[in-house]
Design a protein around this ligand. Structure first.
Ligand code: F6P
Ligand code: MN
Length: 357
């Protein structure tokens, strides 16, 4: 029954056979997968595990930490620090990079991660995830903060786990995007979704519209056009979904297409976006590009966005290629002063209607 199934280890051995690192990258990804299994077990216990709720602390982002944020962070560190594959780690939950303790061998990779993405959903039993990015550290010395600030294009592996009805691990080592499902009884990740490809076109978008008044005009233009549906310039109806777990929204887009936006907004002028570049936008951007989609900050590819600080935030627009390109065009037209977003008579009517209302 189990013959013919591709386990994560088998898959990594096949995909990474040309990488001359004594199996270190494969070993690291197996260790990450071990942490994912631990986190999956904790999230699956729900209210029975005593893991729900917040602790009396805020993280470096100013966000209230959930118990599971801290436990998931410990699971990743505990699983990955000892193997001799890593030179350091950077976590959403820690202000500074985590140095590998002196008792362990130091390796040539860096791991940036968000241990529990979407953790506001934990207490309401909605899907959450773990996101990770692997970079090369090709120096003898221990990494300092600047060594983590690499552009996304330099990632050599990235992935996420989604703790949903099934636990899945989706990853790329730069040879396509592939999905594995956790066989809980056996404890193995099995390749169930090889070579994921995002359809170039879509009629589904994801954005938190409660922020609408803070958006830039190109985003308002795009969303207004989607909402106008058949009666507007797009000539077809769109559907909207928002789970508020980036991993879960991205997973849906990988499965059936769509566009996800957490754009630049003016809600908090010190934050040019909500999502963090190094352990959210970059790894997800890599996965999306490897699945034939596009990942943009509105004015260029996320993977080329300069990294300036460990917890820096960036605007994120990603998913089906043709839609992302359209939104980039709207930004370009807006920046050049050539957009006429409400030129269509229908939009004129809508705005008139609005001002009367
Ligand atoms: O990690 C940040 C995050 O939780 C994402 O997973 C999610 O997409 C977003 O924030 C949700 O933001 P909001 O609470 O504004 O909907
Ligand atoms: Mn997150």
């Amino acid at each position: 029954m189990y013959r013919g199934r591709t386990t994560l280890s088998k898959f990594l051995i096949e995909q990474l056979h040309e990488v001359t690192d004594d199996g270190q990258l494969a070993g690291l990804l197996i260790d990450v997968a071990a942490a994912v299994k631990t986190i999956a077990a904790m999230t699956a216990k729900g209210g029975l595990g005593g893991y729900l709720g917040a602790i009396d602390n805020t993280n470096v982002q100013g966000e209230v930490q959930k118990k599971l944020d801290v436990l998931a962070n410990d699971a990743v560190i505990g699983s990955c620090e000892w193997g001799g594959m890593l030179a350091g780690m950077l976590s959403e939950e820690l202000e500074d990079p985590y140095a590998i303790p002196a008792e362990y061998k130091r390796g040539r990779y860096l791991l940036n991660f968000d241990p529990l993405d979407g953790s506001s959903n934990i207490d309401v039993n909605v899907s959450v995830g773990t996101i990770f990015s692997v970079l090369v550290h090709d120096k003898e010395t221990a990494p300092d903060t600047a060594d983590f600030l690499q552009i996304g294009r330099r990632q050599i592996a990235a992935g996420y786990a989604i703790y949903g009805p099934a636990t899945m691990l989706v990853l790329t080592v730069g040879k396509g995007t592939h999905g594995f499902t956790l066989d809980r009884e056996v404890g193995n990740f099995i390749l169930t979704h090889p070579d994921l490809m995002i359809p170039a076109d879509t009629s589904e978008f994801a954005i938190n519209t409660s922020n609408e008044r803070f958006w830039e005009p190109p985003i308002t233009r795009y969303v207004d056009e989607c909402k106008a549906g058949k009666t507007g310039v797009r000539g077809r109806d769109f559907n909207m979904r928002w789970i508020a777990s980036m991993v879960a929204d991205v997973h849906r887009i990988l499965m059936r297409g769509g566009v996800f936006m957490y754009p630049r907004d003016t809600k908090d002028p010190s934050k040019p976006g909500r999502l963090r570049l190094l352990y959210e936008a970059n790894p997800i951007g890599f996965i999306i590009e490897q699945a034939g989609g596009a990942a943009s900050f509105g004015r260029g590819p996320i993977l080329d966005h300069p990294a300036q600080s460990p917890h820096q935030r960036v605007p994120v627009i990603l998913g089906s290629k043709n839609e992302v390109e359209r939104i980039e065009r709207y930004h370009a037209e807006y920046d050049a002063g050539t957009d006429k977003p409400y030129a269509s008579p229908l939009f004129q009517e809508r705005s008139l209607y609005r001002s009367e209302a």
